[in-house]
Design a protein around this ligand. Sequence first.
Ligand code: NAP
Length: 329
Amino acid sequence: MAETLMHALQYDSYGGGAAALKHVEVPIPTPNKDEMLLKLDAISLNPVDWKIQEGVLRPFLPRKFPCIPASDVAGEVVKVGPGVTNFKAGDKVVAALHHFTGGGLAEYAVAKENLTVARSPEVSAAEGAGLPVAGLTAHQALTQAAGVKLDGSGQQVNLLITAASGGVGHYAVQLAKLGNTHVTATCGARNLDFVKSLGADEVLDYKTPDGAALKSPSGRKYDAVIHCAAGIPWSTFEPNLSSNGKVIDITPGPSAFLTFAMKKLTFSKKKLEPLFVSLKKENLNYLVNLVKDGKLKTVIDSKYPLSKAEEAWAKSIDGHATGKIIVEP
Ligand SMILES: NC(=O)c1ccc[n+]([C@@H]2O[C@H](COP(=O)([O-])OP(=O)(O)OC[C@H]3O[C@@H](n4cnc5c(N)ncnc54)[C@H](OP(=O)(O)O)[C@@H]3O)[C@@H](O)[C@H]2O)c1
């Protein structure tokens, strides 16, 4: 590898949105112990990337400025650091870069071996890059929090998935339908057919009165809600839950934490559970294999070259993606 510099996008301080992303030439990073240098083929954006720039995790993230953001990548291994045993130069992979380090919006990035999985030729780089944060969140919410078994066994679970057209939601609908579930999903009018095509049994337009009230068209009560939208109060969920129903909130704000605490203190059977994704290699491997086997797809909202990554960033901030936003170096 003759080059020593790479193209990347970085920001120097909190705030500023897409306009604060600067195109820079910086040294190609060096892999340390248990790390690999990847030449990136695709990067997917997640709302957390620009929320970190906004300062939502201040003072913990970003760890330092300037910051090259983004965590979800697919690429080719070009160099392995000491201790890497399962990968070699030339391997195609999908990786979740740790949010502590980021580094995704670039031509090259360093990935930890324990958050990197092999990508077979059936899975395109963009399909693979879409998976880490969004796919793992959907997987964790369904399997760990809602107790859905993705092999189809177990009693039927009545699910509501909000924002089912988004990055997390579109994976959640597809994964849910691998299990024994009835899925009601919310999305905007333009995405009703799309979300049905993912497997949802019933779809609600969130801008209609019934949609805003989250009312199941068939009168079902929900055993679990995978809540991927934001700003819906407990009072809207509560009448729609089964007697033991729970809301799994992936966008919890202060009122959600208060509800969580109140329900716990009062031993309520109806619960709200805030969820934060925990990135696990074995689950990422499972998801990549589902894509390989044609059982899960990454729907691409849009693709941008790295030279226009700030437009992808602005699109994510806008909040109207259908599926995943991809950047290609
Ligand atoms: N806790 C965690 O660990 C974790 C992990 C991943 C993501 N998240 C959070 O989860 C949220 C969703 O992430 P994402 O990647 O799926 O975002 P996304 O891809 O940006 O979601 C955009 C989609 O949400 C739809 N939407 C917005 N408001 C809606 C509403 N009230 N009802 C129904 N649909 C609505 C939009 O539809 P329209 O265009 O029709 O409005 C759009 O299709 C974000 O806030 C993200 O930060 C949390």
